[in-house]
Every structure is written in C-alpha cells, then in structure tokens.
Design a protein around this ligand. Structure first.
Ligand SMILES: N[C@@H]1[C@@H](O)[C@H](O)[C@@H](COP(=O)(O)O)O[C@@H]1O
Length: 342
C-alpha cells in the first residue's frame, strides 16, 4: 500500500477545506442564516444518514444550546417507504448529504419542502438532486473527497451548520470561533493519539462515550472504527451507558471518553475514572483524570469548536489503526461512496 492513503491526505486537508468553506460559501451561509431569522422556526428537523447524520446530531446540540429551539431527526422512510406527509409548516429542515444523491434523503427533503419547511441542504456536490430540491442549497466546498470514508465533508458539514446558526442568531462569539478554527485545526493535526494503538490493535469491541456535542463526535468515531478498522464500537452518552451497557465494562475492555470542555466535563471524567477503577482500559480527553489515560486536545476557546476539534486527532489515529489491523482504509469492506437506500 502507498505510504499515504487518500483518507490520510483528506484528513490533512481538513483545515484548508474549512477555510475554503468559510470563504467561498460565505454568501450562501449568510443567505441561509437570514432565511432562518425571517422564518423564526418553532423547531428544526434534520434529514441525514451515516457521518452526515452525526453532523446533524452535532448541530442538534449546537442549535438547542445556542438558539433554544428543539431539533428532531426524521427517518427518511417517512417519505420513501411510508409516504406519510409530516406537518413542517412551522419548521426549518437541514438535509445533509455529501453526494446529494441518496434517494431517500432527497425524497425526504422534497417532502419536507412540500409540507412547508424552509429546506436547507448541505452538500459537497453542486447541482446534485438535493441541490435542486432544497430551497437554500449550500456548497460544502470541501473539494473532491476520494476516500470512501467521509472525513473532511463531516467537518465541513458541522462548520457550515455552525456558520448558518451563528448568522441566524447573530452570535458574535461563535462567528469569531469559526474564523479561528482553520488554524486551530492545523494545530489539531499535530495532536497525537497513537498511544491508543496498542490497546486497539487486537481489540474486538469498545465503547466511545461523550455528552452533548461530544456525544455526536463519539457517534462519528464509533462509525469510523467499524467501517475502516473492522472494530465493533458503540457510542453512548456518558449517562446512557449507565443504563445497562455498563455490564460489558470489565477488565481490559477499551473505552474512549470524549470529555468536552463544557459543563459536562467533570461528570465525564468521574465516569472515566470509575471505569478505569473497574479495570477497563480507559482513555479520556481531559487532563483532570486520576485513573484513566489522558489524551491531548486542542483548546479553541469555544465549547462547540472544542468538541469538533476532537475529531481530527481521532481520524489520524483511526486511519493508522486501520493499517495496523492489516486493512486498507481506502477500501472499507462494506461501504460505497454513494449509499443508495430507499
Ligand atoms: N437520522 C435518522 C434516524 O433518526 C432514523 O432512525 C434512521 C432510520 O431511518 P429509516 O426509517 O429511513 O430507516 O434514519 C436516519 O439515520
């Protein structure tokens, strides 16, 4: 295998891709934010699958925390299988799809628009089906993504959504955090999580835990472990894991706790220490841990961009893990670039 995989190159492109998005798509992001301000939706619906759905989950917490509006995820089958119209006259909908072509995502977006939602599409493919179906299409401007596993389009989906949110509620702190993000993500490329590799090289299963925005990152991390490293991983909120899944946390069981630098950090660290005291092999993104192993992070000065920046050192480590497990991260066993579901 070549020394550098497509996946690794695209991870390294993340800071430039974010910078390009904020520059070249600035007008579309502003138009979308102003359209939301005009509509003043009672709630937001999201339409997405896979990594894009994890970007939606991140935006759910961001919108709920910053704008105080409820966000709900719609199952695309409502349109594609059940043909059940949902009253979205008071809503706005975010459809996220890097290809813009997954049939059920496109159908759900078209249905949401017919039912009265203000529809925004975040896509990396101009003039794709979703581009035409949505009222306000936004180009993720990530550049061609050649690796099958999404990395830079995940980050750009989150950043695009955050930029729309910042414009919608005119949040100056979030706007300046986004402007600083490309340089902070460059610093994140130098953050080394390779200390996890020996624990994961022969592992068969692990938990990835987070809370709020970092739960969305945990969901994305767990998906990447499965699709690129053939490693079973489940994401839970640090509260949810206590309702049953705790049963599997025994001696040597690997656990990655993505503690965010927000109000959830101390509870996440307590849980990481408790799991480590039970003998589990626990890594946590906080220096406050006593019994677990601490992973380095980039501090961005904003709780939302802090959580997002966690994905960069993970992607680098995950790509390396795939190779260490004898796989080619550019050829995941069960994933295509455009997933055709109905
Ligand atoms: N974000 C949604 C989920 O909330 C939903 O549970 C899932 C199932 O959707 P479907 O019913 O189309 O299979 O789709 C997406 O991932």
């Amino acid at each position: 295998m070549a020394e550098t995989t497509k996946m690794r190159r695209e991870i390294e492109e993340i800071p430039d891709a974010v910078e390009r998005l904020l520059d070249t798509s600035a007008a579309q992001l502003t138009v979308a934010g102003r359209a939301l301000a005009r509509k003043n939706p009672a709630f937001i619906a999201t339409i997405a699958r896979g990594s894009s759905d994890h970007a939606s989950l991140f935006l759910k917490y961001a919108i709920e925390l910053a704008a105080g509006k409820a966000v709900a995820s719609l199952g695309p089958s409502l349109a594609s299988i059940y043909a059940r119209p949902i009253d979205l006259s008071q809503a706005a909908a975010f459809a996220i799809s890097q290809s813009g072509s997954s049939p059920d995502i496109v159908e759900m977006c078209a249905s949401a628009r017919r039912q009265g939602a203000l529809t925004l599409a975040l896509t990396n493919t101009r003039h794709s089906p979703i581009w035409s179906e949505a009222e306000v299409p936004i180009d993720l401007s990530a550049g061609p993504e050649l690796a099958v596993a999404a990395t830079k389009t995940f980050v750009n989906s989150v950043v695009a959504g955050l930029a729309v949110l910042a414009e919608w509620i005119d949040d100056g702190d979030l706007k300046s955090a986004l402007n600083m993000l490309p340089d902070q993500l460059r610093a994140a490329l130098a953050v080394d999580w390779s200390g996890m590799l020996p624990s994961l090289e022969n592992a068969t299963s692990l938990y990835v835990l987070g809370r709020g925005p970092s739960f969305a990152i945990a969901s994305e991390v767990a998906l990447k472990f499965k699709e690129t490293a053939n490693l079973h991983a489940e994401a839970y909120s640090t509260a949810e894991v206590m309702h049953g899944p705790l049963a599997l946390v025994s001696r040597g069981f690997p656990v990655l706790v993505l503690a965010g630098r927000d109000a959830s950090e101390s509870a996440a660290v307590l849980l990481a220490d408790d799991f480590a005291d039970r003998g589990a092999d626990v890594f946590v993104t906080s220096a406050k841990t006593i019994s677990a192993r601490s992973l380095p992070v980039v501090e961005t000065g904003h709780t939302l961009t802090d959580a997002l920046a966690l994905i960069v050192p993970f992607y680098l480590m995950g790509e390396h893990l795939s190779r260490r497990r004898g796989l080619n991260p550019d050829q995941p066993v069960a994933l295509k670039k455009v997933t055709q579901t109905r």
